[in-house]
Design a protein around this ligand. Structure first.
Ligand code: ZN
Length: 249
């Protein structure tokens, strides 16, 4: 049977959003999962989200910058105080074994026809952001597979490379938020963020890719934002992290 992948990432310890997404995956006939990284950071349920991704999904996961900051000896002096506080708080929640799991995540995973990275195929360990066609072009120079999924900006986007150049397609603006990917072109697709969307739409985001039909579908789901916010406040994490969930920024 051909696979139907759910590609999800930037979960950022948001259990309420993750559970809502996984419920939707069951309804949508998803057979396999891929994770574009940043399982933890920002929100208040790192242990629970890690347990689901690692033990329940058991899927390929690449390392995001937050996964790296939490699991390395990264000096936090150069971080904004709020960011450093959350990274340290997350370190304190996780066991040594959980931190080691994050540390051992690969920067990139390739399965037939598909590469998974957190930021870009062009030196993923540098955490570069792809927001425009020029940055996407640098990615396409080193992207070996026809299709590559990523996250990091928390904004869903399709970058297409054909003989005519690089094009940027906003999934929010295409019919039914889905697209059949023609053979002979390359695609670098940002699946958005499960746990902290930043494209102005606060709903949890992920994507589904049907291998047989070559159709990618962009999903958005309302979830219990108030519950996620209450956990952030109860944990003593910065108020700004609760507020941004409501506006998707
Ligand atoms: Zn992120």
């Amino acid at each position: 049977m051909a696979k139907t992948f759910a590609i999800l990432g930037d979960i950022h310890a948001n259990l309420e959003a993750l559970q809502t997404v996984l419920d939707d995956c069951r309804r949508q006939g998803v057979t396999d999962f891929l994770c574009t990284g940043d399982v933890i950071g920002y929100n208040a349920s790192p242990k629970e989200c890690m347990r689901i991704v690692r033990d329940e999904l058991g899927c390929p996961v690449v390392k995001g910058n937050h996964d790296h900051y939490v699991s390395s000896e990264q000096n936090l002096n150069d971080f904004q105080p709020h960011a450093a506080f959350v990274i340290q708080w997350t370190r304190n929640q996780l066991s040594g074994e959980e931190i080691q799991w994050l540390a051992d995540l690969p920067w990139s995973v390739t399965i037939p026809g598909i590469t998974l990275v957190h930021s870009t195929n062009d030196r993923p360990e540098n955490f570069g952001y792809v927001f425009d066609n020029l940055q996407a072009e640098a990615n396409f120079l080193v992207q070996k597979t026809p299709l590559s999924f990523h996250g990091h900006t928390h904004c869903p986007m399709i970058y297409e490379k054909s003989m005519n150049g690089v094009f940027r397609i906003d999934p929010a603006e295409i019919p039914a938020h889905e697209m059949k990917l023609p053979v002979g072109r390359k695609y670098f697709i940002n699946v958005g963020s499960v746990g902290q969307p930043r494209d102005g739409d606060p709903r949890a985001a992920y994507a589904i890719y049907d291998v047989a039909t070559k159709v990618v579908r962009f999903r958005r789901l309302e979830y219990d934002i108030a519950a996620a916010q209450a956990k952030i406040r109860a944990a003593g994490l910065p108020e700004r992290l609760a507020e941004r969930l409501a506006v998707g920024q």
